[in-house]
Design a protein around this ligand. Structure first.
Ligand SMILES: [Zn+2]
Length: 290
């Protein structure tokens, strides 16, 4: 447990969990997944001598949300767009992996439904909800004490960038805008930026991490555009090309996640008139418009 200020702590993990004590009670951001994390949270919050009032979810992904209904919080809140996938697991897995699965090895962890989640209309006292769309459409960051921003999966630590190659975002173009317009100015103000998966940083170090994320996302978009100028390609062919580019050994899970990210990039390119679908030899492929 890392004490950030007298009222705010970070339980390190992947994802990290933020614990903030306010006048009305305790607020927990992203309670994570697994029995061990739930027990740790119960232990730490019981020491604080205040009720667990709010659980805030940055987004619906199971690694962030699985424990949300298991801790006895008064309320569990998320952006309205995140509620359908929180409530209904096959929708969550269909959006992320392209397969409406309730469980299975390919998902890495078993998703739990989060039926208690409600729409966040107003953030708890002392907390500001900041829209950070791209990774998912309803992703929120939470600013506490005016200088600590828990930024969810809007950016990733260096290790994640190097290990996974293609950064998972449902809509990469929107994720780039979020980094440029929302996170970068906050980092330049000197606010502590906490990615869910990676070390917290502030000032020049935070700016450097945002730049590294931007560089990778722009590189992925450019690589896809470049591939389509050569010959029409299917989504699995583009995925194979990106695995190679970033030196990642393909697995069923990495391929499913890459393909979701590639669909988001192709949708953006289609809207911009920079890619178009075509049937070649009976197969859906993508190419640069003539
Ligand atoms: Zn996520």
């Amino acid at each position: 447990m890392q004490k950030l200020t007298p009222n705010t702590m970070l339980l390190r993990g992947s994802p990290h969990t933020l614990i903030h004590t306010g006048r009305e009670g305790i607020t927990v951001v992203d309670p994570g997944h697994g029995h061990k994390r739930a027990k740790q949270l119960q232990k730490e919050t019981s020491k604080l001598d205040k009720p667990l009032h709010n659980i805030l979810l940055t987004h619906s992904h199971s690694d962030h949300s699985n424990n949300a209904c298991k801790l006895g919080a008064t309320r569990v809140l998320a952006h309205p767009h995140e509620l359908p996938p929180l409530h209904y697991v096959p929708l969550r897995t269909a959006l992320t992996f392209g397969l409406p699965l309730e469980e299975g090895e390919v998902l890495l962890l078993k998703p739990d439904p989060v039926p208690c989640a409600e729409p966040l209309s107003e953030a708890p006292e002392g907390v500001e909800a900041i829209p950070l769309p791209g990774h998912t459409s309803g992703q929120l960051g939470f600013l506490v004490e005016d200088n600590i921003l828990y930024a969810g999966d809007s950016l990733f630590g260096d290790q994640v960038i190097n290990r996974y190659g293609v950064l998972y975002h449902m809509d990469t173009f929107t994720a780039i805008e979020t980094l440029e317009r929302t996170l970068l100015p906050r980092a330049e103000e000197g606010i502590l930026i906490i990615p869910s998966h990676g070390p917290p940083s502030r000032g020049p170090e935070a700016v450097k991490l945002i730049d590294a994320n931007l560089e990778r996302l722009r590189d992925t978009v450019e690589a896809v555009k470049q591939m389509l100028t050569q010959t029409p390609l299917s989504i699995p062919q583009i995925s194979a090309g990106l695995h190679k580019r970033y030196g990642v050994t393909p697995s069923p899970t990495s391929s499913l996640l890459f393909e979701t990210g590639i669909r988001g990039i192709l949708a953006g390119l289609l809207q911009r008139g920079e890619a178009e679908p075509a049937i070649v030899e009976g197969e859906l492929r993508w190419r640069t418009p003539a």
